[in-house]
Design a protein around this ligand. Sequence first.
Ligand code: SAM
Length: 295
Amino acid sequence: MFSYRHAFHAGSHADILKHLTLIHLVNYLQEKPGALTMVDTHAGAGIYNLQDGFSTVSKEADGGIFRLMQYIDTCKRTNTPIPESIQEYVGCIEAENIEGQLSTYPGSPFILARLLRPQDRLKLFELHPKEIDILRHKIGELKQSKRIDIYAEDSFARLKGLVPPPSRRGLVLIDPSYEDKQDYRFLEVAMEQALQRFATGCYAVWYPVLSRRESAALPDRLKKIAAAHKRSWLHTELRVENAPGERRLQASGMFIINPPWTLEKHLAQALPILTKALGINGGGQFVLKSFEAKN
Ligand code: SAM
């Protein structure tokens, strides 16, 4: 436990899929004026320096956000249209890099904090002592910090107590490090308990696509949980490489319970571009499936 530092993975292809999806969920839920409570169960350090430290060691951002930005630059030079779904995500990353040069990557806490309206609340959970120190410091510098609570607690145990939020409008991002294979089981239990108390909440789970049994089984297990609660779902995966071995992460997925009706179209626009921009040796592929529950 506690060897995982998200700075090694900041701006990777997996972050792109997760954050592009997350931004759309928030934008959709904010179409209504009612207060929205957002819970980020696994926050990390919040914001990352791409020019220094862990991220320059792993170079994961090179195959992720740097590669995507190069692709966007080429589109702009050649007057190739960029779909709105990609523009929405890129706009959030650019907003943290106002000098023009890409040097900072916002993690989910910063993406959510920047999107917060006066009536919304954000709750962040983080267990790593160093990550939570950085998170507290960085979030404390934001003007919206009074609307953000940070907890040094196990979010799997706490989630059920946080839902439903008072306004009954909620978005929960569940993005564990899966350092411990028990995380898969903890996630399923937390999801089951949360749905029992708040069946209409929007839940977004990120997971790595690995041959490990627990990882391969997760989407089907989440489909079963959603079905037991008569909930709609959307499942997507983005693969950038199809090479033997799992030395580096080649694909990741998102599973959304109670997705907005607009999400499938949004991802159908973005995913072909992402596979083209980020795919290595023709290995770019995606999955996009959904199920609408009849209630
Ligand atoms: N969501 C972040 C983002 O998109 O920028 C990245 C989060 S990272 C994948 C997962 C984080 O969860 C790590 O920083 C880890 O220390 C933390 N963590 C692990 N188990 C936890 C738990 N049970 N409760 C809260 N945080 C936990």
